[in-house]
Ligand binder design. Structure first.
Ligand SMILES: [Ca+2]
Length: 223
């Protein structure tokens, strides 16, 4: 049984998923199998979905951007799909997607992208593979050039590349250098190096994310 107009029952009081709050089949949807014992399953079969770039923003202090795309019409059912397998993003850069979310109120899909090569002005392609049992009119792939609305998505520091092991190794090598200076009579330089090492350690404990790069550059200028 299917009904393109008329009554349906999908077991909720929400509209936008094909079956309205008053249990009527919504425009561009077809609903199947609604009965007293089983809920209707509604599939969208209206105009093909359209993807556009909504916003591109830089995350403060990170080599990370948030790419947000408008999906039109803003189908509620996209939220119920497996978001991590929904999209395919390919850009002319090195990056990884760490988070994906869909805002059904705004109809926006947001991808959080951590890049290790500049992402600004790069060419990208986005495609969606929506569950065909829920959406029959798929969206065409979107080609776009990344252009940030606030700060450009360029690699400004390599903090993420600094592992704790690398950090400890660098500190130890500065301590060895300090001991070397002390034992050869350059006491002032040796003491300064040790003070810097102490500062770097304290900074690691208090502000592991923010102060590392600043301290490294100050230690290197001392050295
Ligand atoms: Ca509903």
């Amino acid at each position: 049984m299917s009904s393109s107009a008329g009554a349906c029952d999908d077991g909720n009081k929400l509209g936008g998923d094909g079956c309205s709050e008053t249990c009527q089949v919504e425009t561009y949807f077809r609903c199947y199998n609604g009965s007293a014992s089983s809920a209707s399953q509604c599939v969208y079969e209206g105009i093909p979905l359209e993807l556009t770039v909504d916003s591109v923003t830089h995350s403060d202090g990170l080599n990370q951007g948030v790419l947000t795309f408008a999906v039109s019409p803003a189908l509620l059912t996209i939220k119920d799909m497996n978001l991590s397998q929904l999209y395919s993003l390919s850009c002319d850069s090195v990056y990884s997607v760490s988070e994906v979310s869909y805002d059904s109120a705004k109809g926006t899909l947001s991808l959080t992208v951590d890049y290790s090569e500049d992402l600004e002005d790069r060419s990208c392609n986005l495609s969606l593979s929506l569950d065909p049992s829920l959406v029959r009119s798929q969206a065409s792939p979107l080609s776009f050039v990344v252009q940030s609305d606030d700060l450009p998505l360029i690699v400004v520091n390599n903090l993420s590349a600094y592992s704790t092991f690398t950090f400890i190794f660098e500190i130890l090598s500065y301590i060895v250098l300090a001991v070397f200076c002390l034992s050869f009579g350059h006491k002032l330089i040796g003491v300064e190096l040790l003070v810097c090492c102490q500062m770097a350690f304290l900074s690691l404990c208090l502000y592991p994310e923010k102060n590392l790069s600043m301290l490294f550059s100050s230690i290197k200028s001392f050295g």
